[in-house]
Design a protein around this ligand. Structure first.
Ligand code: GLN
Length: 605
């Protein structure tokens, strides 16, 4: 196993995650299997209890791990599936060491940061790096490790020490350190300044880590004499100084790295050049095509994102990426109109009329509406108004998790005239609970107590838009993160009133997908399809939303321009065994809501 460590200097927010993912893409295109580990030096055990507003979205993995959003970048860029252990936090490391101490594993020794914490970090990295991530049984050749935070942070010290020891432990030729730094321009003359990078490299060396490659973030390409200076003062050879200037879209980054032969520099450090049969010149045809197509897109598709955290786009990062994947596949330029849901509410009309007007103007100007996942009652009324607007005006709507629950509440209130209908999340004493707390949840503990990770949804009817978008498969595996669900006791009533529950879990009691058959595109899902969308394989439901919003979804719910749409439903059996519209029995072989891989097709009843 070879390791590439990516650290960051000078300031945070340099795009270290994208750089690290792009390095992975480059190495993958040279013929290597690549995995990744993200280190977050905070004390939280995982990202599950962290506010998206402070920290960006919580990314959910197949195994139910609630992790840092950078793992989403790795999964998307490298098309791999990671596990919760691929995200190391200080909390996890300390917890593991303390558990060992309680078990008596340290045989009476004084347990200390060095060597016990640092050893734990190294063992963790070596163990997790070996986990296969690309759907085969084989381990990766290279593990890209990203150290969160900036060099010099107190929190990251034990990790720096551990990684210093680790580089020594794995030996020369097995470890490559890429330091991502900033080269700012200060005055009107536009001189590129190297001093911040010099300082941060000095800091790194002082902590026992020697950079092999410098990746310099700047607004414009680095000038030649600036590279010479950096090489001289930072003791890094010229070919190993990589210029990462601002680009029009992030898919250019792997290309930028390749054009500067960053792969050659890395492979040289990792002693991988002579493995002639594996190494090849990175072609990156798909990346080149996608990056330039994205730049050329002209026809806009406007999507109103009606959410709580509209001030920080990272809060809904995967949703935005999934929208982008679908828009690029359907030749549309994505325009996201952020609509703070509170601003749609009547109370805002009085308190802040300008904000109210702006919010409604954005909603009305949109081609499609998306209500993403969320927690808590703030802004819920605004989301209900958005769902009502989309339903009544026949505007394409995709509701994700909370966005689906909202649509159900709105339907109950407006169509079924159940005016007090609500979720017990927002009104625990409601007389008409159409969304309820799931029996298996915990009301006292917040961390990792939701219904999390990959669960199977079985289509109940073939003649619905979502089944068609998913390619007429009988079931789909998507990732979940919720505590509440549609009240199973009200499902019949809802169906009589015209709301169709086209996807359910294996028990048939938990609602997973809703649709309004008479609407152009009105879909709500209890799961989060955004987490499995990939640049070359957009999520089918996002494709549906963009297709419907740009006039490319026909009456039958089929995208007219199918050539480019490759959905991500690999492996699931087709619905062929069923006749149109027939209900299906769930598959056998499911244990506690988790799927086994033995299911083989839907059975009509
Ligand atoms: N708050 C809702 C629940 O827990 C929705 C969660 C979500 O949107 N991820 O069920």
């Amino acid at each position: 196993m070879k390791y590439v460590l990516v650290t960051g200097g000078v300031v945070s927010g340099l795009g270290k995650g994208v750089t690290a993912s792009s390095i992975g893409v480059l190495l993958k295109s040279c013929g290597f299997r690549v995995t990744s580990i993200k280190i977050d030096p905070y004390l939280n055990t995982d990202a599950g209890t962290m506010s998206p507003f402070e920290h960006g979205e919580v990314f959910v993995l197949d195994d139910g791990g609630e992790v840092d959003l950078d793992l989403g970048n790795y999964e998307r860029f490298l098309d791999i599936k990671l596990t919760r252990d691929n995200n190391i936090t200080t909390g996890k490391i300390y917890q593991s060491v303390i558990d060992k101490e309680r078990r008596g594993d340290y045989l009476g020794k004084t347990v200390q940061v060095v060597p016990h914490i640092t050893d734990e970090i190294q063992e963790w990295i070596e163990r997790v790096a070996m986990n296969p991530v690309d759907g085969t049984e084989e381990s990766a050749d290279v593990c890209v490790i990203e150290l969160g935070g900036t060099i010099g942070d107190i929190e990251s010290m034990p990790f720096i020490e551990a990684l210093g020891q680790f580089s020594y432990h794995v030996g020369p030729g097995n470890f490559c350190l890429v330091h991502v730094s900033l080269v700012p321009v200060l005055n009107v003359v536009g001189e590129q300044k190297t001093k911040p990078t010099q300082h941060s490299v000095r800091g790194l060396r002082g902590l026992g880590l020697m950079p092999d490659i410098l990746a310099c973030r700047s607004t414009q390409p680095l000038e030649e004499h600036v590279k010479v200076k950096l090489a001289q003062f930072c003791h890094v050879p010229m070919p190993n100084i990589i210029d990462l200037h601002d680009v029009t879209n992030i898919w250019h980054i792997p290309l930028l790295l390749r054009d500067q032969k960053a792969h050659e520099a890395i492979l040289k450090v990792l002693d991988l050049q002579c493995v002639g049969k594996v190494t090849r010149e990175p072609q990156l045809f798909e990346w080149t095509e996608r990056a330039s197509r994205c730049d050329r897109l002209k026809t806009p598709v406007r999507i109103a994102m009606v959410g709580k955290y509209t001030g920080l786009s990272d809060s809904y990062l995967s949703v935005i990426k999934a929208l982008l994947h679908a828009s690029v596949a359907l030749d549309r330029k994505l325009v996201v109109d952020w609509v703070p849901s509170c601003d749609l509410e009547d109370s805002t009309a009085e308190e802040a009329p300008d904000a109210y007007e702006k919010a409604w103007e954005s909603l009305k100007g949109a081609n499609g509406v998306l209500v993403p996942g969320g927690f808590g009652d703030r802004g819920v009324q605004g989301k209900i108004l958005a769902a009502k607007y989309a339903r009544e005006k026949n505007i394409p709507y995709l509701g994700i998790c909370l966005g689906m629950q909202i649509a159900v509440i709105e339907f109950a209130r407006s169509i079924m005239k159940l005016h007090g209908a609500n979720s017990t999340e927002f009104d625990p004493t409601t007389k008409t609970p159409c969304v309820i707390f799931m029996p298996e949840g915990s009301k006292t503990h917040m961390g990792a107590t939701m219904r999390l990770g990959s669960r199977r949804t079985f289509f109940q009817v073939t003649n619905c838009k979502s089944a068609k978008l998913y390619g007429n498969v009988s079931y789909v595996d998507e990732r979940h993160r919720h505590r509440y669900e549609v009240n199973p006791d009200m499902v019949l009533e809802f169906e009589k009133a015209g709301l169709s529950f086209v996807g359910r879990d294996e028990s048939g009691k938990r609602m997973e997908i809703i649709e309004l058959p008479t609407h152009r595109f009105f879909v709500g899902v209890q799961f989060h399809p955004e987490f499995k969308s990939r640049p070359g394989k957009p999520s089918p439901l996002f494709l549906g939303l963009i297709a419907a919003s740009s006039g490319q979804l026909d009456q039958r719910g089929i995208i007219s321009k199918t050539g480019r749409c490759i959905s991500n439903t690999e492996g699931a059996p087709k619905l062929k065994a069923c006749q149109n519209g027939h209900l299906m029995k769930p598959l056998k072989g499911l244990v506690n809501g988790h799927y086994s891989t033995t299911g083989n097709g839907a059975i009509p009843i």
